[in-house]
Design a protein around this ligand. Structure first.
Ligand code: SAM
Length: 328
């Protein structure tokens, strides 16, 4: 990204001397990533992946690898959306330090925008005010303020329509066609997916994090007669088993609810576990209105596991809720 607001020259020569072929190979493991130092050092420094001395701390390496792998998996859906929509809007729910948010903006601006006549907007929301303020300032430093919007908001009650009402200048972005949530905490992942469902987004991408909801319901269940005599009682009663099994089952339930909502949905490992133990990507692509089979599968799974629902169940459409309950 070339931008006069980035003070490049003194830093660029340090980036060039620091980033030897050997160091680049070490952080990329020989893979071809979209952003690589030293060529993209100004952008990487601006978003906090590189220090002033152009080095990349271990935590930043992990984030660098995660967001690049995520981008690889999102490229095909992005291209597809770009081909079908003049204006493209993406919502990053729980954007935190906004590494992925900025990489998406960088990619659209530098790699995709030339091919299209329309415009794009990447909106990031987070409950952390300091991080949102920092992201706003980074957008301005990078000259991306016209393509980015950051807002202190919770996934619980954020509404795209309310954003458009507050910011009429964004009216050309009628709804987000893609919603991403990278490591949004616990049920914030369900809320991020729910925001995508509510706005009819064609692409939903979530990498879940620290799911506690189902485990806490199982803990309650373990105190009851039903829970004590249940086939899953050993898992309901043991905190470690309960937490890990509930997290896996939560993701299975999410996949089924998204499929039930008409999305072709996969759960894959998007990055090796050494780069992040939270390395599952749930990717959902809108294909139809609903799937009765998936709704039935969700209802069956839930019933077999003590009847505890996950938040996402309350966020799918009434039609899908009807299907999941009518099969019990
Ligand atoms: C682990 S961080 C991940 C941040 C970023 N997506 C990333 O991968 O670098 C989780 C973020 O979710 C935000 N968060 C948690 N619950 C939220 C909610 N209900 N609404 C909006 N943001 C939330 C936190 O403030 C935090 O910044």
């Amino acid at each position: 990204m070339t931008n006069s607001r980035l003070t490049q020259k003194p830093h660029q020569s340090s980036a060039e001397s620091h980033w030897t072929a050997e160091r680049i190979a070490k952080i990329t493991s020989g893979r071809k990533y979209e952003i690589v130092p030293p060529a993209d050092a100004p952008f990487m420094r601006a978003i906090g992946l590189l220090g002033n001395d152009s080095s990349m701390p271990a935590d930043a390496v992990r984030k660098y690898v995660q967001i690049n792998h995520m981008l690889e998996l999102l490229k095909a859906p992005l291209l597809d959306l770009r081909g079908r929509h003049k204006n493209l809007a993406i919502l990053d729910a729980g954007c935190g330090s906004s590494y992925l948010t900025f990489l998406l903006a960088w990619y659209l601006k530098n790699k995709l925008q030339g091919d299209f006549s329309g415009n794009f907007l990447i909106a990031g929301i987070d409950t952390n005010k300091a991080l949102i303020e920092k992201s706003r300032s980074m957008a301005s430093i990078l000259g991306l303020e016209g393509n980015m919007h950051f807002e202190v908001a919770s996934t619980k009650d954020f509404q795209w329509d309310a954003l458009l009402a507050r910011r009429p200048v964004l009216a050309e972005f009628k709804r987000p066609q893609m919603v991403v949530g990278l490591h949004a905490c616990d049920t914030a992942t369900d809320e991020a997916l729910g925001l995508g469902l509510a706005s009819g987004a064609e692409v939903l991408a979530a990498s879940p994090c620290c799911q506690a909801e189902l485990a806490s319901k199982w803990r309650e269940l373990s105190q009851s007669q039903e829970g004590r005599s249940h086939a899953m009682a050993p898992a309901f009663q043991a905190p470690e088993l309960r937490r890990t099994i509930a997290a896996e089952i939560t993701d299975m339930m999410r996949v089924l609810l998204l499929r039930a909502s008409g999305y072709e949905t996969t759960a894959t490992e998007f990055v090796e576990s050494r780069h992040s133990p939270k390395n599952r990507l749930i990717l959902a692509l809108k294909r139809g209105r609903f799937s009765k089979d998936a709704a039935e599968a969700y209802a069956k799974l839930k019933d077999h596991l003590g009847g505890c629902a996950i938040l996402l169940e309350s966020l799918v459409s009434d039609e899908v809720q009807e299907l999941t309950s009518s099969n019990r």
